[in-house]
Design a protein around this ligand. Structure first.
Ligand code: DP6
Length: 393
């Protein structure tokens, strides 16, 4: 008689925000990128996906419920992840016949995000990382995060970088089957724990052009993009890894800002052009530039203290180090006081800074931010997926 036992495993998985951007696929089916990328994993205190994977012999069909809504999981990407995970489980079951045959059972997946889904906040990255990690735990697969990243990559490219904490690179790889297109840890979170990220949410609406569609339009039509892939990114990846290893914020900041701008220039060079940044985004750029040049004038030496970066949407992510909390987050708080989000654990301790020196001549940017930013999320670098006994089903 078949047992009705329900097997389950749950995990929390983080969001990551790239500082060297992934944009473009050389193989859309296997989801292989045209270039390597590097990201910072953000703290799960503020942004995370919580997923429970469960199965039993009476589970009727594979299903995924996200934030209470049924999701379509018939797409090739989700199916590729489920197929690979089941195959790994099947191998375990054939080498040890005493194991329950979980690979033959249907999966019930329940997920919850603690942030707005599809607002350009890398929700697909945390979502697929959580899905893969939870099923791998359910199946007790003896796979490393790098091995799991190969599976998660097929769900969403950026997801492969959310299987690890700290500073994570996704090596584009060269093998036609994608076997070497995996993520690895450049440095753990504690290596550079002072890294903070201030997210200015400029829109909580769904994106205009999805990353998946947008990046392939860029590959097909932008000539700037060829240079990005062949020359710009390979050099920057090396320099960024070095900046992280050496905890060199000046290099980290310059490279982040240049790479974000280069990525958005390629979007603009796409036919038809893609606009992810908006007026609010540009106000954030102006303010970061002003903070950096004010700091340089005051300290008498070159050195950025904050760095902006933008993904496929208008939200700004501003990286800075804890020592400069008042100079960066304090200044934004002075402008954006009263906006939702400052009341959080980290935001509450930031003192509003009314620095007339920095803000001189910045009236347009200040007004633009006041008008366009709906909420802020103040967070920092964090760890990789965490197992939990809190089950959602
Ligand atoms: C701009 O990972 O969402 O955020 O692989 O098609 O799912 P798919 O794309 P996705 O693209 C993310 C692009 C980016 C840059 C980055 O995260 O590196």
């Amino acid at each position: 008689m078949a047992s009705d036992e329900v097997y389950r495993a749950s995990t929390y998985a983080p969001v990551n925000i790239a500082v060297i951007k992934y944009w473009g696929k050389r193989d859309p089916k296997l989801n292989l990128p045209t270039n390597s990328s590097l990201s910072v994993t953000l703290s799960q205190d503020d942004l995370r996906t919580h997923t429970t994977a469960s199965c039993s012999s009476s589970t009727p069909h594979d299903s995924l419920i996200l934030n209470g809504h049924d999701q379509d999981i018939s797409g090739a990407r989700t199916q590729a992840c489920l197929h690979d995970l089941r195959q790994h489980r099947q191998q375990l079951e054939s080498s040890d016949p005493s194991l329950p045959k979980l690979s033959t059972m249907k999966l019930k997946l329940v997920s919850e995000n603690n942030f707005p889904t599809a607002a350009g906040l890398a929700s697909s990255a945390a979502g697929f990382a959580a899905l893969v990690r939870a099923i791998a735990d359910l199946y007790a697969l003896p796979l490393t995060p790098t091995q799991l990243s190969r599976i998660a990559r097929q769900g969403s490219g950026s997801a492969c970088r959310s299987l690890m904490g700290g500073y994570v690179a996704w090596e584009k790889g060269t093998a036609a089957d994608g076997s070497d297109s995996v993520a690895y840890e450049v440095a753990p979170a504690h290596h550079w724990l002072e890294m903070r990220a201030l997210i200015l949410v400029a829109s909580a609406a769904k994106k205009d052009v999805s990353s998946t569609a947008g990046m392939q339009q860029t590959v097909a039509s932008s000539s700037l993009f060829e240079k990005r892939v062949d020359e710009v990114v390979p050099k920057r990846m090396k320099a960024m890894e070095k900046a992280v290893q050496e905890r060199d914020f000046e290099a980290f900041a310059r490279l982040s800002m240049k790479d974000s701008n280069n990525f958005h220039a390629c979007c603009l060079d796409t036919d038809p052009p893609i606009f992810y940044m908006n007026d609010t985004s540009r106000c954030a750029v102006r303010l970061c530039e002003a903070i950096n040049s004010h700091h340089e004038t005051q300290s008498g030496k070159a050195g950025a203290i904050c760095a902006y970066t933008f993904d496929a949407g208008p939200n700004a992510v501003v990286y800075y180090l804890a020592d400069n909390e008042q100079a960066v987050a304090g200044l934004f708080k002075g402008i954006l006081q009263g906006k939702e989000g400052w009341e959080g654990k980290r935001g509450g301790s930031v003192k509003e800074k009314e620095d007339r020196g920095v803000l001189e001549g910045m009236e347009v940017a200040v007004e633009g931010l006041k008008k366009g930013v709906s909420r802020i999320i103040l967070t920092g670098v964090g760890d990789g997926p965490q197992k939990t006994e809190e089950h959602l089903c």
